[in-house]
Ligand binder design. Structure first.
Ligand code: TRP
Ligand code: SF4
Length: 323
């Protein structure tokens, strides 16, 4: 089965990205024919007026992928803008995708409402899911590992494939979502882990930052004295225990509700656990950061492989459309 997925290059990756998507990709590469790409064009759809960080984000993302264990021998990893066929297929799709399909995408409506600082009534932003459909279908992707928020985009991808096949003849599969079952990791303040809240633990930060940020994490707000019993279910540190230390989480819960452990000590333990789990990542990261030509080689080789496949499918699509 052919798997395709991408990550938008709109910032540096954090622990939440690692837990939610990246570690899942690393497992998938052993079982499936995987294409993973850094979606730098998608980064432009919202941040077109601030591209200063874009190259850095692309490069650091590739480094994090390698450090997390993506293996260029086992999967094709590349940068979207290196394979121009994504753009050509996007253009062809744009000819027959009705505006109404795009205007009703929930992520589109929400972002328009949320984002007041930037003009987002742009052509590119509305067409975001059309480009995503091209990203997937240019490799005839059959399954797409994504979070729940991406389901409407996948549905649209299937509709585009269906319409293309109906008008021009059978060419594309209708890709399915492979839902990631991992919990969403909150930021250290308990809100969603996000660049704009400055509450994340970056994969590119120095490893000591893990301990520092874990120590600064919010806990049960009702637990004021050390002797007060805690409520782990409202504690951000406990959520991290469940993710990074599942075997011991129940024991942590018991000592928390019995006031057998203080929050400072509990977070100190958590800091060591998260650091230990992430240690191989930080070590490999340092190796790749110190070896830029190795990273460039991986990206170029990935683009070469992806391009060969994209050109093959693009030729079929042009043929079907009589171009
Ligand atoms: N829209 C995806 C996200 O924000 C990123 C993405 C772009 C993507 N193209 C894709 C994901 C193709 C899967 C397949 O997470
Ligand atoms: Fe959270 Fe641990 Fe404090 Fe309980 S003891 S509230 S789990 S930090």
């Amino acid at each position: 089965m052919r798997i395709v997925s991408g990550m938008r290059a709109s910032g540096l990756l954090h622990l939440g990205n690692y837990i939610g998507a990246l570690s899942n990709w690393v497992n998938l590469q052993h079982e499936y024919d995987c294409y993973f790409f850094v979606a730098d064009w998608h980064g432009l759809t919202t941040d077109y007026d601030d591209t200063a960080g874009l190259r850095l984000y692309v490069r650091e993302m590739a480094i994090d992928w390698l450090a997390a264990g993506l293996d260029p021998q086992k999967c094709v990893m590349f940068v979207q803008s290196d394979v121009k066929e994504h753009a050509e297929l996007h253009l062809l799709f744009s000819m027959f995708v009705p505006l109404a399909w795009l205007e009703r995408v929930p992520t589109y409506k929400e972002r328009l409402r949320e984002q007041s600082t930037r003009e987002l009534s742009t052509y590119g932003f509305l067409g975001y899911p059309v480009l995503q459909a091209a990203d997937i279908l240019i490799y005839k992707g059959e399954a797409v590992p994504v979070g729940e928020d991406q389901l409407p985009h996948l549905e649209l991808t299937r509709e585009i494939a269906r319409r293309f096949n109906f008008m021009y003849g059978d060419t594309f599969p209708e890709p399915q979502a492979l839902l990631t079952k991992f919990p969403v990791l909150p930021g250290i303040d308990g809100r969603k882990m996000s660049k704009s809240y400055d509450n994340s633990i970056l994969l590119s930060a120095p490893p000591e930052e893990v301990t520092r940020r874990v120590a600064a994490m919010v806990t049960d707000p009702a637990r004021i004295r050390r002797t007060d019993p805690g409520h782990p279910d409202v504690c951000t540190a406990f959520t991290f225990h469940q993710v990074f230390n599942p075997g011991e989480a129940e024991r942590v819960r018991e000592s928390c509700v019995a006031a057998g452990i203080g929050c400072v000590e509990c977070k100190r333990n958590l800091g060591s656990i998260v650091s230990a789990v992430m240690a191989p990542h930080y070590e490999r990261r340092a190796m790749y950061s110190g070896n830029p030509s190795l990273v460039s080689d991986v990206i170029h080789e990935g683009a070469r492989k992806a391009r060969a496949e994209a050109q093959r499918v693009m030729a079929q699509a042009r043929d079907a459309m009589k171009i």
